[in-house]
Ligand binder design. Structure first.
Ligand SMILES: [Zn+2]
Length: 349
């Protein structure tokens, strides 16, 4: 299948009542792991690259690796997404390259660290939406600020410092016309999300429900949604690692989110943990080995296992064949004629 619009993929997810994992990639093995998991579970998928990933892998390497995935797996809908664009220029460069979706994270200033004002966020996001929609490309915005830092991006702190205000979320969606909206409901980026075991209500579900009720056509996005499973931490520490004890977002909480309008779920840390644990194990147990394939193959398999599990838990498994790709040109027409407008159900006050 050619790359599909993330908007189409999320509209289908909304119809089907499931969430779609958005997995970060930096290299070939991670893309292969995701695609093997998508085939195994028959899942549509979002492959996303941060600015850090684009510079690590070099734009054209990463772009062509993802295109290879689309060629090799014609039965799987794949959206190619820019994660946490920090400026109009970053988003434009992804769109010019051929990404079918971009995130404009205007919740932070261009440095990716300092919280921006609401007005600044609206202005830069609207500019990206106008440019992207004209080209059939999906836009995810962000309102509220997530905790933690990942790939040098983030305001730090805990996830509960800047929880999204539902009224502001509605006003933001109305003023920008974003297709998807990342909201801050207590999650953080990185491995260290919670310093003690979460007690079952770690996320601000009431905020999520309030936003979804008023923005039923805007797909909600959960960032920092790795579960940081103890068994993956244990493997790393068993084979020489030194991770501090930490807790992620329980899968049940994510599933509750999905039942309340969350359609895109960002997962990165769990895959990093799985790969690193597998590599450490090989090098620890067989220190005489030096062929990178000896540890990259188990690393790829370990990531595939985690991704397949998440695809099943988020509900996207089994849905790859539900629809045919609508061309990006056709999607652009939908934005132009208003049929893809995401008007809030209740206008902002
Ligand atoms: Zn994020």
């Amino acid at each position: 299948m050619p790359l599909v619009s993330m908007r189409q993929l999320l509209d289908e997810a909304a119809k089907g009542g499931y969430g779609v994992g958005a997995f970060n990639v930096n290299d070939m093995e991670q893309i292969q792991a995701i695609m093997a998991a998508a085939k195994e579970t028959n899942s549509p998928v979002i492959i996303q690259a941060s600015r850090g990933a684009r510079s690590f892998a070099q734009d054209r390497f990463l772009f062509h690796l993802i295109l290879a995935a689309a060629e090799l797996y014609p039965e799987i809908p794949i959206a190619m997404h820019q994660d946490h664009g920090n400026s109009f220029e970053t988003c434009k460069s992804a769109i010019d390259l051929g990404y079918t979706s971009v995130m404009m994270d205007g919740s932070l200033k261009e440095d990716g660290k300092t919280p921006a004002s609401f007005e600044e966020n609206v202005a830069v996001t609207k500019r990206v939406v106008d440019f992207a929609h004209e080209r059939g490309v999906t836009v995810e915005g962000e309102i509220g600020v997530l905790g933690g830092v990942e790939d040098g991006h983030g305001a730090g702190g805990t996830g509960l410092e800047h929880v999204t205000d539902p009224d502001q979320a509605v006003e933001f969606a109305e003023k920008t016309g974003v297709d998807a909206l990342a909201i801050a409901i207590g999650t953080s980026h990185g491995a260290y999300k919670f310093t003690k075991k979460p007690d079952g209500s770690v996320l601000k579900m009431d905020v999520l429900i309030a936003i979804h009720k008023r923005l039923p056509n805007t797909h909600l996005v959960m960032h920092g949604s790795s579960s940081v499973p103890k068994d993956l931490q244990d493997i790393i520490n068993k084979y020489g690692g030194k991770l501090k004890e930490t807790w992620g977002v329980p899968v049940e909480e994510i599933q509750l989110g999905i039942r309340n309008g969350v359609r895109k779920v960002n997962v990165d840390t769990d895959n990093r943990l799985a790969m690193t644990g597998a590599i450490r194990k090989v090098l620890w147990e067989t220190p005489e080995k030096f062929d990178p394939r000896d540890y990259l193959k188990p690393a790829r398999e370990a990531m595939q296992k985690v991704v397949a599990q998440r695809m099943t838990q988020f509900g996207q498994a089994g849905h790859a064949g539900d629809y045919k790709a609508v061309s990006i040109a056709e999607i652009a027409k939908g934005y132009k004629n208003g049929s893809l407008s995401t008007r809030p159900l209740v206008a902002a006050k």
